[in-house]
Design a protein. Structure first.
Length: 332
């Protein structure tokens, strides 16, 4: 049968068995659009933004690209930004590693990215997404960018702050209107001092998810938990030591992103379910997917007794608990 798979079903009774051929329908080949717009600030006052906008288009049947699409973003004032197709093999921005500028290799997918990196949109803008496929199909979505937030106790010099070795720093920020969660991420490097057993990664990628508009603080590095590294593969003594405070010479890239409802609904870890992660779409029409927006603060942290950089924030006393729940992240 050309349009379906064959299955053999055994019909049983006390007196006979019969083999019956049935046709199992193939699943629909649906276009999936994952689109993210982030306004990121690395300035001390958090008032200057650069935009990152990308769209990853793929299909439910693996290995089928979505070329020839037109992807447009617009705000309530009619300002429009086009996302242009990137060359095949380009690593496209992905939600799980968005704040660190990392990406995943999506073979068979198509990536579209905005060439404009200035600030075409502003915090609080209402954005509309329109994707016109090569076959004429149309997908639409909408999102309101969360409002800007500040980190009152954070002091930066050239985007950098310092902390003393083996200490904990408290980082707080003001609530962002329109935020449904805060996603904090850290990449830690320069921590390879000492000897030990087990694998010692060159860098550690950590994620922290705090649900709710008012969950506005963390203690670095303890709040990140490091639980994904506490297994037999990694040097457990090293990981526990890093959790208690980074050594002199270590560096970290930190970011805090206020994310909208669409982002949270598409990427959140809802616990153990038999069907896997539950994703709630925010892109509709001739396909499905997510249209997510966020406001991000990012900065560098250097560790030493005298770094020459202003202190990141007040030191936290030993034993203070984490202020959020570590999200799932993948060690590198």
């Amino acid at each position: 049968m050309a349009n379906g798979a064959l299955a053999v079903v055994v019909l049983g009774a006390s007196w006979a068995c019969e083999l019956v051929e049935v046709e199992a329908a193939k699943p629909d080949d649906v276009v999936v659009a994952e689109v993210a717009v982030v306004l990121a600030s690395g300035s001390g006052d958090g008032l200057e933004f650069a935009m990152s906008a990308s769209a990853l288009l793929h299909r439910t049947r693996q290995g089928t690209s979505v070329d020839g699409a037109t992807v447009r973003l617009s705000n309530q004032d009619g300002r429009t930004v086009a996302l242009l197709a990137e060359p095949r093999g380009f690593l496209c921005l992905h939600y799980d590693t968005l704040a660190l500028g990392q990406a995943r290799d999506e073979s068979g997918a198509s990536c579209y990215r905005a060439a404009e990196t200035e600030e075409p949109f502003a915090p609080g803008d209402r954005l509309a997404l329109e994707i016109v496929l090569a076959d004429g199909g149309v997908l639409n979505g909408a999102s309101r960018i969360p409002s800007s937030f500040s980190m009152p106790q954070l002091r930066l010099a050239d985007g950098m702050c310092g902390m003393r070795p083996e200490t904990q720093q408290r980082l707080d920020w003001t609530p962002a209107n329109g935020a449904w969660a805060y996603r904090s991420e850290a990449r830690v490097t320069g921590h390879e001092q000492g000897a030990g057993s087990g694998f010692r990664p060159d860098s550690l990628d950590l994620q922290l998810l705090a649900l709710g508009r008012e969950r506005t603080g963390l203690v670095f590095p303890r709040s990140f938990g490091f639980s994904e590294y506490l297994d037999s593969t990694y040097d457990r003594d090293l990981i526990l030591k890093l959790r208690d405070g980074l050594p002199a010479g270590a560096w970290a890239h930190l970011s805090v992103t206020a994310i909208d409802r669409n982002w949270m609904n598409w990427t959140r870890d809802t616990g153990v379910t038999f069907s896997g992660t539950v994703r709630i779409p925010s892109v509709f029409g001739d396909g499905t997917g997510a249209f997510a927006t966020g406001i991000q603060r990012q900065f560098e942290v250097t560790v030493g007794e005298d770094t020459g950089a202003p202190a990141c924030g007040p030191e936290e006393s030993a034993g203070s608990g984490a202020l959020a729940t570590p999200a799932v992240s993948r060690p590198r």
